[in-house]
Design a protein around this ligand. Structure first.
Ligand SMILES: NC(=O)c1ccc[n+]([C@@H]2O[C@H](COP(=O)([O-])OP(=O)(O)OC[C@H]3O[C@@H](n4cnc5c(N)ncnc54)[C@H](OP(=O)(O)O)[C@@H]3O)[C@@H](O)[C@H]2O)c1
Length: 314
């Protein structure tokens, strides 16, 4: 089968097209003929070696976390899908595994049937950012018609899901994004927008009940200025110190710093599929063929896209 691997940490130049034997499946696994893989920032954080404490330094490594495709074969104990089903899914350990290949073997618990209303690149865009958005919704907690939520860095995959889920829950949202993305974040439900290239959201004198920092460029200390007394700052890009220290510090402060680490699970995906049935849109603004996987990563890593970037495999 064809796959993309790398043998050292580095930029997109380390990515190589490789041939490997087809994976064998175990009793609880499903073999999927992959049609699309979406790109997540985690892919390049691992490839660049910034997460080597968790990813380890054993090479070659594969890349890509979320995929969609057609079931090719199922293990003896699999009952949720069958050969020929159109599915989407994710890997068990995103630090050690990668799905940018034309075949993958994954546990059946990490595979879900693709809604008929969406295509393979849209389905491949769901698991990591969709699950994180559902978890952010839970961490924001109870909201009322008066609640105000700020999403800083709202135009990528995570923001696209979160804005629309908040909209479905009737929450008032402000989205911070670049000029070219403002129309998209409005379409996804933002009640107001801030263009980060023209205005500083910290200087506008507006306060929020939750600040979700998807750009990682604001930080809890800055966010405090625009947080109401009992509000939350949600941080999906925590340092190991944040993970260890924030729960203790939060015991002594009203404005909480909440770390978000999500894993796609059945309940979360069911929530997202219901939202898709209720009109949640998945914008995949750029799709590359498998032969241009390196260019796809170069494009995504520059930023400036809206929604998701994906790779299609024929
Ligand atoms: N912890 C978890 O479980 C989890 C799960 C999913 C994702 N994440 C992380 O969450 C982050 C967001 O995910 P994503 O997939 O949506 O990434 P993304 O597509 O890269 O989105 C980041 C957004 O931040 C915007 N941005 C850049 N500079 C900014 C600035 N100065 N002010 C405001 N916004 C700015 C970008 O806009 P432009 O490109 O237009 O500049 C982009 O829309 C990533 O770091 C990802 O790794 C964590």
């Amino acid at each position: 089968m064809k796959t993309i691997t790398y043998k050292e940490f580095g930029g997109t130049g380390v990515l190589q097209a490789t041939d490997e034997p087809m994976p064998a499946i175990q009793a609880d696994q499903v073999l999927v003929n992959v049609k699309a893989v979406s790109i997540n920032p985690l892919d390049w954080k691992i490839r660049e070696g910034t997460m080597k404490l968790m990813s380890g330094s054993k090479f070659p490594k594969h890349t890509g976390t979320d995929f969609a495709g057609i079931v090719e074969a199922v293990g003896a104990s699999v009952s949720n899908v069958k050969k020929g089903d159109e599915v989407f899914g994710t890997v068990k350990n995103n630090m050690k595994e990668g799905v940018l290949s034309d075949y993958v073997a994954v546990p059946s618990t990490l595979i879900w049937k693709k809604p008929a209303s969406i295509n393979f690149v849209q389905a491949a865009s769901i698991p990591t950012v969709g699950a994180a958005a559902v978890m952010a919704l839970q961490k924001i907690g109870k909201t009322t018609a008066k609640s105000r939520v700020l999403i800083n860095g709202a135009s990528g995959g995570f923001g696209m899901f979160l804005l629309q889920l908040l909209k479905l829950n009737g929450v008032n949202t402000t989205a911070v994004a670049a000029t070219q993305a403002l129309n998209f974040v409005k379409r996804w439900g933002a009640n107001s927008v801030v263009d980060y290239s023209k205005e500083n959201v910290l200087a506008k004198g507006v306060t929020y009940d939750a600040v979700v920092d998807l750009s990682g460029k604001m930080g809890y200390k800055n966010a405090r200025q625009i947080m109401n007394a009992e509000s939350v700052y949600i941080n999906p890009i925590p340092t190991p110190i944040d993970i260890l220290i924030t729960p203790i510090k939060n015991l002594f402060r009203g404005k909480k710093h909440v770390v978000l680490l999500s894993t796609p699970a059945k309940e979360t995906i069911d929530h997202l599929v219901k939202a898709i049935d209720n009109g949640l849109e998945i914008e995949v603004s750029k799709v590359f063929p498998f032969a241009q996987s390196q260019e796809a990563y170069e494009y995504a890593e520059k930023g400036g896209y809206v929604g998701k970037v994906a790779i299609e495999i024929n």
